[in-house]
Design a binder for this molecule. Structure first.
Ligand SMILES: C[S@@+](CC[C@H](N)C(=O)[O-])C[C@H]1O[C@@H](n2cnc3c(N)ncnc32)[C@H](O)[C@@H]1O
Length: 855
């Protein structure tokens, strides 16, 4: 489908093109442009050091935006192609050699700005890269403390990783203002964040531990109860520093899991929410892939777990349930418990006796309950057949135990059996296994069939009960699915940095730093909407504890989800500190560090260049968040799948200003091109990014300045890319049009409706008359039938067309206004010519009929 430009990072986006057009060596140049636009640190700077500067994009920007004759020094591992008025050299910034060289170049000067955009040469070992990056940041900070003027600015790139908070804390010790932000030119998929540290304090003495990686990163311990935090407060679970990549705290990596991980997981919703793709790699998984139940839809859903709609989610859960049964996972998980209880029985003799007595007692109790349950089942059925009333049942309750409470509980238990998501399988039911009360009730219908004491034929009764239970189960399952789905959504959101960025962009049109969010009490993350949403899902928290059976997986999953939610609510990135760090972290300056937010900046720079360009593809974006999400609804709600609007992504002011009607027009699916795009999006043959990419061509950034208006208009009208059109889309559109054509025009439809109404009135009249006729005892049946027949004929007989009298407008009738004398009924004024013509035409028609149609 069309052309696709791909690079290692996924695509060549508009900033790539912009950079090319403006002669920047790297697209990253726009990051500095946008950062400077917000913080304006280049305009007044007289000396700047760029650490990790190759190929020199940032140096070019610095040279352009700083006053002439400023000192600009760039260093990188690799040599940098010369830039006028910029000093560059190749060194490793981690070495003393580099520091000495910098001292040499700076002489007595101090820098106003130190930049650091370093990134280790990314290899396959992500954890190593993330670690190296953090080291680079700390080293560049070290260099900054040496070379920066008091009041100077340090700009650094950091990755969202476990060490993020620690770094921010250190920055806060040395600078008066620290803000984390993500310029629009930084890809959302990238884990990078830029931290702008302003107003260097320049303390006389700096505690060396501030800049010591071992000290800075090892002292943080996260509160154990915290299971998840926002994307800026990644969790840490161990006292020791974990250099194992982003698994715990960072949610930006593309994560693949094997399907069996999902199948075996006790928290399938969380597992789905945490991953991007499920693959069939293990032996078991390959076997699963061959199964007939592993349908095309399942495979598709596995491919992109980020856009699972409710339907897909449900499908995956059911598929998982089937697989768990196939692999007998439920039984496997249950067995140890049974064995355990057997072990417990091997106690001392006294314990054995007590145990035996208890067992005896239990048996009696169970028998009694079985009997009771059977009775209740019968009553239920009777009630369903209107043979009794609910009060009858209530009267028969033993010990005031409410029947319906038990039934509800039972059905709750049943729901797991129905959904196949847990261990209780009706077919596997063994009456000898020690059952929970609710389970007894649940299976009452069945067990009573084998209970001799209740000799009544109960097969039917049992079935009916099961049917009604099944209905309940269905409802329950739906409820639980909703809960699980929302757990999946919230897990996904937590992980999904993109979501937060989009949300922020939608909420804020301005490029602002995280200090604004601090003002909001870090509302953005800690009191995430999803929480309240989740609360509503788990609003039934008031359910009595006992109703939660230990072994149920669904309940387990629900509990997990609840716990996650609860922890998330509490998770204001509560950090527990060890040693002296606790004191430091208590300082007011550290407040809010745990709640750093990403910000977005407007994309004016891009707009300037791109002029009036319109990206129709962006407008084609579908926003489900009518679901979750917007998407949020969309999201939230998930919409079934989420493609954020172009505005959210790009902050394109032109598009923000689009009027509703214009949008309407752009969203119209009246063209086969639009229909093709939407179909491809919906069928996941393409995605938003591909669509956007496809709409960039070599004319995209053509400057229209200075061109005559007629030319620009002409271009706008005719210079459009030829969009792909699929046969299917054309067919659908044609059908749509056909259906439209088939509709009668309004006036005809109204006339037909009037006719119909008149006819139905006549029929109603006839009916009335017929009724009175039937009760007439003076008439014989034959007479009645005849007169009804007549009435019907009269009512349905079409009225003869009223004759139209033609009046020739001559003599007294010439120029007459109003009805001519002596003419009754419909009339029409004609001149003599017309009358003759009509007569001639009629004669002609008559003749041609006589001659068999020949003239
Ligand atoms: C993203 S690029 C910088 C791009 C630059 N800001 C620009 O606009 O052109 C990251 C650079 O960091 C450099 N780098 C990584 N580790 C380094 C180190 N230890 N010392 C110096 N440079 C390093 C890499 O060579 C790479 O050129």
């Amino acid at each position: 489908m069309g052309f696709q430009k791909k690079t290692g990072k996924g695509r060549l986006d508009k900033y790539y093109h912009l950079a090319k057009e403006q002669g920047y060596r790297a697209r990253s140049a726009f990051k500095l442009i946008q950062l400077n636009k917000k913080y304006n640190f280049l305009g007044s700077a007289r000396a700047l050091i760029d650490l990790c500067a190759a190929p020199g994009g940032w140096l070019q920007v610095a040279q352009k935006y700083m006053p002439v004759k400023s000192v600009i020094i760039g260093v990188d591992l690799v040599p940098i192609k010369p830039i006028p008025n910029v000093i560059t050299f190749a060194e490793d910034i981690l070495t003393d050699k580099c520091r000495n060289r910098l001292r040499q170049e700076m002489k007595t000067w101090k820098a106003d700005v130190v930049l650091h955009d370093g990134a280790p040469n990314v290899g396959s070992n992500w954890s190593h890269d993330a670690y190296s990056q953090t080291e680079l940041v700390l080293m560049s900070l070290k260099l900054a403390t040496e070379f920066l003027n008091k009041g100077g600015t340090f700009v650094t790139k950091v990755f969202r990783s476990k060490d993020y908070n620690s770094l921010i804390w250190v920055f806060n010790q040395l600078f008066r203002k620290v803000e984390a932000t993500k310029p629009p030119s930084s890809r959302n998929v990238s884990a990078e964040i830029f931290v702008v540290c302003q107003d260097y304090i320049a303390p006389k003495k700096i505690d060396p531990r501030f800049l010591d990686a071992k000290y800075v990163f090892e002292d943080l311990i996260l509160n154990k109860t915290q299971t998840s935090t926002d994307i800026f407060a990644p969790e840490k679970k161990k006292n020791k520093r974990q250099r194992d990549g982003y698994e715990d705290g960072d949610y930006t990596l593309y994560k693949r899991i094997d399907v069996m991980e999902f199948v075996k997981s006790r928290d399938p919703a969380g597992t789905l929410g945490n991953a991007n793709e499920m693959t069939f790699t293990t032996e078991e998984a390959l076997e699963v892939a061959k199964l007939p139940e592993t349908t095309e839809d399942i495979l598709l859903a596995c491919k992109d777990l980020r856009i699972l709609g409710k339907k897909d989610f449900r499908r995956l859960m059911k598929w998982r349930a089937g697989l768990r049964e196939r692999f007998q996972l439920e039984k496997a998980e249950e067995k140890p418990k049974i064995e355990e209880s057997a072990d417990e029985d091997d106690g001392s003799d006294v314990e054995g006796e007590v145990g035996a007595l208890a067992t005896e007692e239990m048996k009696k109790l169970r028998k009694e309950r079985k009997r009771l349950n059977a009775k209740r089942q019968r009553h239920l059925v009777k009630m369903q057949l209107n043979m009794t009333t609910p009060t009858d049942i209530g009267m028969e309750q033993d010990g005031g135990e409410p029947l319906f409470r038990s039934m509800t509980t039972a059905s709750k238990q049943n729901s797991k059996a129905y959904s196949g998501m847990s261990s209780a399988n009706m077919d596997d039911f063994d009456p000898d296994v020690d059952l929970a009360d609710e389970e007894l009730v649940e299976l009452g219908g069945r067990s009573s069939a084998s209970d001799d004491s209740d000799s009544e034929p109960e097969d039917e009764v049992g079935n009916n009960a099961i049917d009604s239970d099944e209905e309940q189960r269905l409802v329950e399952m739906e409820g639980e699915m909703d809960g699980l789905y929302s757990a999946y959504i919230s897990q996904k959101r937590e992980r999904d940095a993109q979501y937060d960025i989009k949300r922020k962009r939608a909420a804020e049109e301005e490029f602002r730093g995280f200090s604004d969010d601090e003002k909001n009490g870090s509302k953005g993350f800690n009191s995430d909407d999803s929480d309240s949403e989740a609360e509503s899902h788990y609003g039934s928290d008031s359910e009595p504890e006992q109703e939660l059976s230990e072994d149920e997986e669904i309940r387990g999953m629900m509990r997990n989800a609840k716990a996650q939610k609860a922890a998330k609510r509490k998770s204001t990135a509560k950090v527990e500190l060890g040693g002296r760090a606790a004191m430091w972290f208590d300082q007011p300056i550290f407040k809010g560090v745990g709640s750093v937010n990403l910000d977005d900046i407007t994309d004016d720079e891009a707009e300037q260049v791109s002029g009036k360009r319109k990206r129709r593809a962006d407008d084609m974006d579908v926003d489900d968040s009518g679901s979750d999400a917007g998407n949020t609804a969309s999201d939230d709600d998930a919409s079934d799948f989420e493609i954020a609007s172009a505005n959210e992504d790009d902050g394109d002011p032109n598009e923000v200003e689009l009027k509703d009607e214009e949008r309407q027009a752009d969203y119209d699916l009246a063209t086969p091109e639009a229909m093709t795009m939407i179909r491809d999006l919906a069928n996941r043959k393409t995605n938003k990014h591909e669509l956007i990419d496809k709409h960039f061509n070599r004319y995209t950034f053509n400057d229209t300045k200075g061109l005559p208006d007629w030319f620009v208009d002409d271009e706008q009208q005719h210079n459009k890319p030829a969009l792909p059109v699929s046969k299917e889309a054309v067919r659908m559109l044609r059908e749509k049009l056909k259906a439209l054509d088939a509709r009668p025009i309004k006036k005809v439809a109204e006339a037909k409706a009037r006719k119909k109404m008149r006819a139905s009135k006549r029929i109603a009249n006839v009916q009335k008359k017929a009724e009175s006729l039937i009760t007439n005892e003076d008439m014989t049946e034959a007479e009645k039938a005849r007169s009804i027949d007549r009435m019907i004929k009269r009512a349905t007989k079409a009225k003869p067309k009223e004759k139209v009298t033609f009046v020739v407008a001559k003599n007294a009738n010439r120029g007459l206004k109003g009805r001519p004398k002596g003419v009754k009924g419909k009339y029409r004024m004609v001149d003599s010519r017309m009358k003759k013509d009509l007569r001639a035409q009629k004669a002609k028609e008559k003749r041609s009929k006589k001659n068999g149609g020949r003239r």
